[in-house]
Structures are given as structure tokens and as C-alpha cells.
Design a protein around this ligand. Structure first.
Ligand code: HAM
Length: 431
């Protein structure tokens, strides 16, 4: 009997992990520059953290959560997103008392029982940031700038869609106006949207079904119903983005699938992604902290999919830094093999990636292996070299060979310039 990973989950195999490490290094670098510090919360929480935080009427809470009862009878849920967990931690550890604004970022796995397809998994990974404790529109723009900078650094072309979903003053009024409109087109809507028109009418505007899009073409826009405060906030976020040189398009139909948003909502979309076109998204959630039992605290954040980011990069032919091997040391008999291993360890201790053979292969087979691994240099040592205490060093790119004294070998490699395409620093910084 053999086993397979669960549908909608993926193994990250050794030949892919370098790409993930590179992306994580870029993300951490940008987050650190913006002065966000990492937060790691457990991958499961009490179910109510999410049902209350994200909203009972959302797809996530309604049908996608991995919820189970543990042996103690508690209802627990694998986190479908991080914002509710971060806010739970913010309240639990009284982070507000440390004064100022709490700025945190995260990278990690999330779980949603969705129908798997390209760009949609059941265990997927997000990176994201949350800025808790500031109401200023500048914070919304700061959060958007993080995501925009990460994408820009990776050379990704995407569109930033921006909207305001209003606040507790104007949204109920808009809801009524929208509901009245939807009642007029009721029969033209999909069954799902007919139901939503009652429970969560703004989500009808977010439907991707052509039938719904067609029926709601002339629906009233939230942007015509914003309170003065929400209008001023929206205008100020836009002004900041303009100052930063971050382009955006206003999309009054952008609602997003989580109920906690107030005022700003945004999404980064890419045409390279097919039907699941959202690279990432977020917005302001001024009511969430109170909803989860804390004091009313303004907050804003975003999260983005790692797998989708990789899909876009692979499509665009992005050059990931190579993790090519620097030195392969070929030993031809037992004594030289032992010596090779000692040299490999000495080089590694100096931070130079080195490899040697453990399986007693022939010279030809070891050279083939060195080539396959992309070694830049091969050191060859046999009986003769052990006797003369000089190794043959071959530079693979040029084919040039030289004889180097054993005693000078380490300093020889230490003096070589670092490959311009090597990402050694990134790997070091993530461990
Ligand atoms: P979200 O829009 O639900 O927002 O997810 C953010 C991103 O996660 C999506 O744009 C997408 O790239 C990725 N994603 C979501 N579901 C899947 C899936 N099943 N498979 C692969 N990727 C997926 C949030 O999660 C909010 N917590 C964002 C936020 C943070 N708002 C404020 N702060």
C-alpha cells in the first residue's frame, strides 16, 4: 500500500525549495525595510476566532473551513487566513499597551476546503502584513506600498484595484439602495446571488458569473453613497498612492470575500493567473478588534498567495538566483575519498557550497554528477595527487586545469569572486 498527499495539498520538493527561499528572502527584506516585524501564530485556533472575525455569511466560514472537535470537545479550525489570528494575539498579549502602532508580517500555510484548481489549493501559503492602531489613510497606502514594492522587485506586472466599502454610517444606507435595485433584477440573478441579495447584497457585485455581471451592470455604486468621512479617507489614500507613484484603477464592484472590511478595500490582479486572478488583497478592518473582544482599534492589512506569485514568476521567465554548487571534490580511491570529504567540510565551514561522492563512483560518474549539479570547479585527487600533495583543479566553464598545493586549496577558493548569480546571502538570512 502506498500513500499520496491529500488532494489540494502539495509537497515542496528539493528542486523547488530554492525558489521559495528566494521569494521569502525578498519578502522579508521589504517587510524589514518598512519596519514590520514577523509574527508567528498557531496554525489552528478556536473556531469562533474565524467565524466571528471573518463573518458567518462568507464562503470561507460557511463552507471552506477545516473545523474539527478535539478530544477535549473544543471546536477548533485550521486557520483559513491570518488577520483574525493576528488580532486575537494582539488582544491576548495586550500589544496596544506597548504604545504606538503594531506593525507585523507573516509568511505561512493557510487552509481552505475549496475545489482545487490551478492557483487554488487547500493548503496554500500567504505572506501578509497588518498595521494595527492607526486610522490614518497614510497607513492604508503604506500597506499597499509594501505589496506593490514586493511585486515591483520581482518584475511582476499586475493591476491594483482600489475601492472603498464604506463604514457603519453609510454602508447600511447603501445596502438598502442596493437591495432595492437587486430586487428589481432578482429573476436575472443566479440562485446563489438571489440568496446573497438577502444576506450579503454587496457580495452579489463580486460575483464572477456572467449572468450576475450582466444583471447588475447598472447597479448603484458604493462610491456615490460614501459618508463624508469615508469619502475623505478614500481621497487621502488615493493622494498618497499618487505621491508614491503607485498606479491603481478604481473598481466600485470590488467587495472582497471577508466581512471585516471598512473603508479601503484593494486587490492586486494578474492576467497571467487565469480565472483565479487575485495575487493578493486586503483593506482596512476598523471593527475587527472589537468584534474579537478587544477595544475598538483601527487597523489595515493585506495578504497574498505565494503559489500564485510563483505561477506568475514562472510564466514571466523570472531568473531565480542559482544555488549552483561551487566545488565538487572527486576522490578516486579510499584514501583520497576520505581526504575529499575533509576538504568539503573545510570549504563548507567557510560558507563555500561543496560536495563529494559517498557511493564509490568512478571518475567518469563523479564528473557527470559534478556537471549535473552545476559545479563551477572540480577538484580531482587520486593516489598520485595524495603522494605529491597537489590537487588538480578544473574550472568547468573554461575547461582550464591547474595543479594546486593541498595547503593552498582553501585560500584559493576563498579568493575567488562570488558568482554574480549566487543567492548565498539570501539563504543565510533566512536561517
Ligand atoms: P484573501 O483575499 O482571502 O484575503 O486571500 C489573500 C490571497 O491569498 C488571495 O489573493 C490569493 O492570492 C491567496 N489565496 C486565497 N485562497 C487561496 C487558495 N485556496 N489557494 C491559493 N491561494 C489562495 C485574506 O486572506 C485577508 N486575510 C487579507 C487581509 C489581511 N486583509 C487584511 N489583512
Amino acid at each position: 500500500m502506498t500513500f499520496k498527499s491529500i488532494k489540494g495539498t502539495k509537497d515542496l520538493l528539493p528542486d523547488e525549495s530554492g525558489r521559495w527561499l528566494h521569494l521569502e528572502a525578498v519578502i522579508r527584506e521589504v517587510m524589514t525595510a518598512y519596519r514590520y516585524a514577523e509574527i508567528r501564530t498557531p496554525t489552528f485556533e478556536e473556531t469562533a476566532v474565524f467565524s466571528r472575525g471573518i463573518g458567518e455569511e462568507t464562503d470561507i466560514v460557511g463552507k471552506e473551513m477545516y473545523t474539527f472537535t478535539d478530544k477535549g470537545g473544543s471546536s477548533l479550525t485550521l486557520r483559513p487566513e491570518m488577520t483574525a489570528s493576528v488580532v486575537r494575539a494582539y488582544i491576548q498579549h495586550s500589544l496596544a499597551e506597548q504604545g504606538g502602532v503594531t506593525k507585523v508580517y507573516y509568511i505561512g500555510p493557510m487552509y481552505r476546503q475549496e475545489r482545487p484548481q490551478a492557483g487554488r489549493l487547500r493548503q496554500f501559503h500567504q505572506f501578509g502584513a497588518e498595521c494595527i492602531g492607526a486610522a490614518a489613510p497614510a497607513c492604508d497606502a503604506d500597506i499597499i506600498a509594501i505589496a506593490a514594492d514586493i511585486y515591483a522587485r520581482l518584475g511582476i506586472r499586475c493591476t491594483l484595484k482600489l475601492n472603498s466599502v464604506g463604514d457603519p454610517v453609510c454602508r447600511p444606507k447603501y445596502r438598502e439602495v442596493l437591495q432595492a435595485y437587486l430586487a428589481g433584477v432578482h429573476d436575472r440573478l443566479t440562485l446563489e446571488s438571489q440568496r446573497r441579495a438577502e444576506t450579503n447584497p454587496m457580495r452579489v457585485l463580486d460575483s464572477k458569473a456572467p449572468q450576475d455581471i450582466d444583471a447588475t451592470m447598472d447597479a448603484p455604486s458604493i462610491l456615490d453613497h460614501l459618508s463624508d468621512e469615508s469619502r475623505a479617507h478614500f481621497d487621502a489614500v488615493r493622494a498618497c498612492l499618487d505621491d508614491f507613484g503607485i498606479p491603481y484603477v478604481i473598481d466600485p464592484r470590488l467587495v472582497r470575500g471577508l466581512d471585516y472590511y471598512t473603508k479601503t478595500a484593494f486587490e492586486f490582479v494578474s492576467t497571467d493567473l487565469g480565472s483565479q486572478d487575485a495575487l493578493g488583497g486586503g483593506g482596512r478592518y476598523d471593527g475587527l478588534t472589537e468584534q474579537l473582544g478587544g477595544k475598538a482599534t483601527p487597523a489595515v492589512g493585506f495578504a497574498a498567495g505565494m503559489e500564485r506569485l510563483l505561477m506568475v514568476l514562472e510564466k514571466s521567465g523570472y531568473t531565480f538566483p542559482s544555488d549552483a554548487l561551487s566545488v565538487y571534490i572527486v576522490g578516486l580511491d579510499e584514501r583520497s575519498r576520505r581526504w575529499s570529504h575533509v576538504q568539503a567540510v573545510r570549504l563548507r565551514r567557510e560558507g563555500i557550497p561543496a560536495e563529494c561522492d559517498f557511493t564509490g563512483r568512478s571518475l567518469k560518474a563523479q564528473m557527470r554528477e559534478a556537471n549535473k549539479r552545476g559545479a563551477r570547479h572540480v577538484v580531482i585527487v587520486g593516489e598520485e595527487e595524495m603522494a605529491s600533495q597537489r590537487a588538480i583543479v578544473k574550472t568547468m566553464e573554461t575547461g582550464e586545469q591547474q595543479s594546486i598545493e593541498f595547503a593552498s586549496l582553501l585560500s584559493y577558493f576563498l579568493r575567488l569572486p562570488v558568482s554574480p548569480n549566487s543567492d548565498a546571502s539570501a539563504y543565510v538570512s533566512t536561517h
